[in-house]
Design a binder for this molecule. Structure first.
Ligand SMILES: [Zn+2]
Length: 408
């Protein structure tokens, strides 16, 4: 091997990790909620028993883990077990929709403790919507007997494009007044906590993808979540991580052009977009034009529930349109699960049948060999579940826990 290569190999050896960082990594082992003894943790991590003992003490001092009874003794004093204290802090998870907000209070394991819903148009602007969110959030905290200081963070999903790194919406089409608004700063100030409070913001489809995966597909590394509602969009999970793309617009499949859509104008200004053909309002207007009265996605669902053949056929065609675009996504990304969510997914098998028909016809056999195409199981809670997990994964990351232990 040339000397230069050997030298650079030495140069990239990682520096010895700090005790604090290793405490953060030890904590990740306990995040699954199972109680373990010091000996079991030593075996899993390969660390010395004395080192484990020091780090357990540090994590206990932060309140993140606690004693969890005793293991069966093999002679002598039974060894103590330790487990993640998911209830030590709480998280607020907010899903802002076009016409409503859903707010959930969860523990650090993502378990919903309480929730509240309110009707408000996102178009009234960020101050009115966020003031309502903060008021409802304070009420949830009060009802649970938790102090604002026990908040680990707030996760917020918005119905439009968001620059995730800053938490600012970016040219959201249905959200006048929100463009560039500093959502994290406003929420932090409203709680009187400034930068101490973690506030993360993302678009609703991304958090729905996180929520569906965390709740129902935790071992699937490659998942595509498709929201079919007033708009159509996808959240992409690749190798276990949300893929936002360079500018946060990854997964915006609603404006892919389909040949069937020639002459159909989309709200984005182009013609033939998937969204202009297969969203709830698009299916409703197609039915209406054919003499079956429908004004919204809800009307379409009502017709399907009452057995309207026209509505069933229109929904199945919407499924085929979505499937045509997804077939390309499958060839490109090779997901193992596609979850169909959003309001129109309540049409169930009628929509899924159309999606499956096109995906299996148009995708490569190897790409569909293990592929499952299913309806969302989280339903309208996918957003809050995902917002909660977005915050939890951030505040409980090895680096953050390491820093917390070091400061303690
Ligand atoms: Zn469009």
């Amino acid at each position: 091997m040339p000397g230069g290569l050997a030298f650079s190999a030495t140069a990239v050896l990682p520096a010895p990790a700090s005790t604090a960082l290793r405490a953060g990594e030890l904590f990740q082992v306990l995040r699954d909620g199972h109680a373990r003894t010091r000996a079991e943790l030593a075996e899993i991590t390969g660390l010395a028993r004395s080192t484990i003992a020091t780090r357990i003490d540090a994590l206990m001092a932060c309140g993140l883990i606690g004693p969890a009874g005793e293991a069966v003794s093999s002679g002598g004093r039974p060894p103590s077990r330790f487990a993640f204290s998911a209830s030590s802090r709480v998280v607020l998870a907010v899903d802002v929709g076009a016409t409503h907000v859903l707010i959930a209070l969860t523990d650090l394991g993502g378990r919903v403790l309480d929730e509240s819903r309110a009707a408000i148009e996102v178009a009234v602007g960020p101050v009115a919507v966020l003031d309502l969110v903060v008021e409802q959030a304070r009420r949830l905290l009060e009802r649970a007997g938790r102090d604002v200081r026990e908040l680990a963070g707030i996760g917020i999903g918005l119905p439009g494009p968001v620059e995730h790194s800053t938490g600012r919406p970016a040219n959201p089409p249905i959200m006048p007044g929100w463009d560039g608004f500093d959502v994290p700063a406003y929420v932090q100030q409203s709680f009187g906590l400034g930068g101490e409070l973690d506030v993360l913001v993302d678009n609703d489809v991304n958090i729905m993808a996180l929520g569906e995966r965390a709740g129902y597909w935790p071992i699937e590394e490659n998942l595509l979540f498709v929201k079919v509602a007033t708009g159509i969009g996808a959240g992409i999970v690749g190798r276990g991580l949300l893929q936002r793309g360079a500018d946060g617009t990854a997964g915006d499949i609603g404006h892919v052009r389909l040949s069937r859509g020639d002459g159909v104008l989309c709200r984005c200004g182009n013609v033939g977009c998937l969204e202009a053909l297969a969203s709830g309002p698009a299916v409703a207007s197609a039915l209406d034009a054919g003499g079956v009265h429908a004004e919204s996605g809800e009307d379409v669902l009502d017709l399907v529930r009452h057995g309207s053949v026209d509505a069933v056929q229109a929904v199945r065609q919407a499924g085929r349109d979505i499937g045509e675009v997804l077939a390309t996504c499958v060839n490109l990304l090779n997901p193992s699960v596609i979850v169909i969510g959003g309001g129109l997914s309540a049409a169930g098998e009628y929509l899924l049948a159309g999606v499956r028909e096109m995906v299996y016809q148009r995708s490569l056999p190897l790409a569909t060999a293990r592929l499952r195409i299913v309806q969302s199981m989280a339903g309208d809670r996918a957003g809050v579940l995902g917002a909660s997990h977005m915050i939890i994964d951030h505040v409980l990351s090895p680096d953050r826990i390491g820093a917390l232990v070091a400061d303690a």
